[in-house]
Design a protein around this ligand. Structure first.
Ligand SMILES: Cc1cc2nc3c(=O)[nH]c(=O)nc-3n(C[C@H](O)[C@H](O)[C@H](O)COP(=O)(O)O)c2cc1C
Length: 474
């Protein structure tokens, strides 16, 4: 279908169009289509359902923000925030609390965001496909501005009795709060407890700032950060500096070998021992390495992910297959072992399906699998210049990672806490610490998407390879 770009449209018409689109729950583009169809007297009925949600175009590499506006006096500033986030190239979808609708209207918000905004948990239009879950997950960051005392109290206690709190409880994405309230509310012991709990839970905050309150003669700590300040934080979270600085040619001429995913260790021809690794982190690293110009080889265990662009992928099943493919892929300049390799395999795996038997349970004997990281890190010839291992730990992350660094002979260990509560295994975000040989303290990175961890890791590697001191990374 031919596309149409209309330039030099009067501002008045633009505003009227936006308002009309918002009122009908359509994007401006869809609204124009409907107008044109009507004008052309097309026999084809306009099939757009005003309430229906449409897949929105992903912009800025798919970065989306779900903005929750709470019911505080600073809600009016959130209108400017929508614009500020959008002008940085991110897509914004807005949820208003019921209290927020007393301060700003859904119509204004929709016009600014270019799509309908969401206010109701029990909205059949969006809940037919689990709308609150989608709002919680189909984004890269959730921003709450203003974050009211009430909303933070609900979050701290895990309440989910309206759309905003249900989205906040159902998300696995990073959350950024911009608190705004009267200084007495901010200083109140209950608010202090709630904020402390939220910080402990990994939620990030911007502000509040000190200054004049909307109420006459009131001043102190509690003013919401200015939209520009919040937007800058959003940008920093969605596009870490290291990623912005990732030069497309920074790994030119280098060969990078990466492993990803779980391994499957057969019990018999139909059963196997596996783990919950999704392969997402390793695949993201491979994509970032290729984007940085490296000749990239990915040895992957069984996962449901497409081959990353520009990467040579070799798919394997077991730890022994993985090691053999890794060895065949040497020499490499850099090796990153992100796969969750099974520590053990069954030594007496059945050649035929093991049957139930009246004589008792089958005896499975386990033997240790080869240690791929240690094997490559301790090679005397063809050892990659930089060998990086991943440590997936469920407890004592720092101690285990430090011990692993020494034991395996690798140069770096990227450690993450994969205890079930973190949702890292199989999830889209990650929080890592980088332990380096000869460095006493690890680099601790904030929670970010696995794509961002990958970009930042590749940028970090490029700096190390090109001899830039680590201090400049922070
Ligand atoms: C005029 C007015 C201004 C308010 N401003 C704030 C505020 O700045 N911060 C806040 O935490 N609560 C403020 N409140 C109270 C909240 O609106 C109230 O706690 C509400 O339940 C918050 O709901 P929500 O968190 O679901 O948006 C204000 C109330 C009124 C009537």
């Amino acid at each position: 279908m031919a596309s149409l770009t209309v330039r030099r449209l009067d501002d008045e018409i633009k505003v009227a169009l936006k308002l009309r689109a918002a009122k009908n729950g359509r994007s401006v583009e869809d609204e124009v289509r409907v107008i044109l169809r009507d004008a052309a007297g097309s026999a084809e009925p306009a099939t757009i359902d005003p309430g229906a949600e449409r897949p929105q175009p992903r912009v800025e590499g798919g970065r989306r923000v779900t903005l929750i506006i709470g019911g505080g006096i600073a809600a009016y500033k959130a209108l400017d925030l929508i614009r500020r986030i959008k002008e940085r190239g991110f897509y914004v979808r807005v949820v208003l609390t019921q209290a927020a609708t007393h301060f700003v209207t859904a119509l204004t918000v929709s016009a600014l965001a270019d799509e309908r905004c969401y206010t109701d948990l029990f909205d059949s239009q969006s809940e037919f496909d689990a709308g609150h879950i989608r709002l919680a997950r189909d984004c890269d960051l959730i921003v709450v501005a203003p974050a009211t005392a009430d909303l933070m109290a609900k979050m701290a206690h895990g309440l989910a009795d309206d759309l905003a709190s249900a989205v906040l409880l159902a998300t696995d994405k990073p959350i950024l709060l911009a608190p705004a309230m009267n200084p007495l509310m901010w200083r109140n012991a209950a608010t202090r407890r709630n904020v402390a709990q939220l910080l402990h839970d990994g939620v990030l905050t911007v502000g509040p700032n000190a200054g004049e309150m909307a109420e006459a003669n009131e001043a102190g700590l509690g003013r919401m950060s200015e939209p520009l300040e919040i937007a800058a934080k959003v940008e920093a979270m969605l596009r870490p500096k290291q990623l912005q600085n990732l030069q497309p040619q920074s790994l030119n001429g280098l060969r990078v070998l990466i492993t990803a995913g779980p391994t499957h260790e057969p019990i018999d021809p139909v059963r196997y021992i596996a783990n919950r690794s999704s392969g997402k982190q390793g695949y993201a690293i491979a994509a970032a390495a290729a984007a940085a110009g490296a000749e990239t080889v990915l040895v992957s265990g069984p996962v449901n992910l497409p081959d990353p662009k520009g990467v040579r992928v070799m798919r394997v099943e077991s730890a022994r297959d993985m090691l053999s493919r890794v060895e065949q892929s040497l020499p490499a300049d850099i090796a990153i072992f992100a796969a969750a390799v099974a520590d053990w395999r069954v030594s007496n795996a059945g050649e035929q399906k093991i049957k139930k038997s009246a004589s008792g349970l089958p005896q499975l004997d386990l033997v240790e699998n080869p240690d791929i990281l240690a094997t490559i890190a301790k090679r005397t010839h063809d050892r990659p210049k930089l060998v990086i291992g991943f440590a997936a730990e469920t407890e004592h992350v720092a101690q285990n990672a430090t011990a692993k660094l020494a034991r395996k002979g690798s140069d770096w260990i990227v450690a993450n806490d994969v205890s079930p509560a973190t949702g890292i295994m199989g999830g889209d975000s990650n929080t890592v610490q980088i332990f380096m040989k000869d460095h006493t303290a690890p680099e601790t990175w904030p929670a970010m998407s696995k794509d961002d961890v990958a970009g930042r890791l590749i940028a970090r590697i490029a700096q190390a390879v090109h001899g830039v001191p680590p201090k400049s990374m922070s």
